[in-house]
Design a protein around this ligand. Structure first.
Ligand code: MG
Length: 228
């Protein structure tokens, strides 16, 4: 894969600011506390607090999709649901499976003077808890999780990426985004930033390429090597 490696190095050379998705590139958030269990607990907690019947949300096993669904149908519950989910995500990240390649990217960026912002649909508080637990806080300039109570801030919406670039003071052409979902590539495109697709599961490479990823890799280590 010499061609792919050199194009990755060419792509990364002008980059001063690496925008990094969290779940996937950095760790598998729900590896220890599975997503369907988080979704189940989220529903139970809401029933206990609100006593309100939540029609049509029983089948959703993706906690972030569930948050979006509940906020769409019951806007009055958006803030409570988000806050409950943030607590569950914080519990989950302490059992998450780290991606060693993600840590390599963080270290490679630090060594080469590039700043890193984490841009994620997960709760910022949970991401901060993970970084603290793993001793990685010093490698990250900023954490841009979903806006609490406002799931419309989540990717594919570009606003978290735009906010990260504004805070760090980087232009889209000096930045790159690394993500493992089509919504990441779409958010990157909407923010004017090129996105490297990280295909960590079979079948993802074609999805990421079709979404418009500039390069698709199957290991975060390849990106770390190209940065170094
Ligand atoms: Mg992800």
């Amino acid at each position: 894969m010499t061609g792919a490696s050199s194009s990755l190095a060419d792509l990364l050379r002008p980059v001063k600011h690496v925008l990094l998705d969290f779940d996937g590139p950095v760790c598998s958030v729900f590896a220890g506390l599975p997503a369907p269990e988080v979704a189940r607990r989220l529903r139970l907690g809401l029933l206990a607090v609100g006593g309100q019947a939540l029609d049509g949300v029983e089948a959703e096993t993706d906690p972030l999709a569930l948050l979006r669904l509940i906020a769409d149908r019951h806007p009055d519950l958006a803030a409570t649901t988000d806050s409950s989910l943030a607590s569950l995500e914080t519990e989950a990240v302490l059992m998450a499976r780290p991606n060693p390649g993600g840590e390599s990217v963080l270290r490679a960026c630090a060594r080469t003077g590039r700043s890193v912002s984490l841009v994620s649909n997960n709760a910022g508080s949970a991401i901060e808890a993970y970084l603290t637990a793993q001793g990685l806080s010093g490698y990250v300039a900023g954490v841009f999780g979903r806006t609490p109570g406002d799931p419309s801030s989540m990717k594919p919406d570009p606003r978290l990426l735009l906010e990260a670039m504004e805070v760090v003071g980087s232009k889209p052409e000096q930045s790159i985004f690394i993500g493992d979902a089509a919504r990441d590539v779409q958010a990157g495109a909407a923010a004017g930033v090129a996105t490297i697709g990280y295909a960590n599961k079979p079948g993802k490479a074609s999805v990421l390429a079709a979404a418009g990823a500039v390069v698709v890799v199957d290991s975060m280590q390849h990106i770390a090597e190209a940065i170094r």
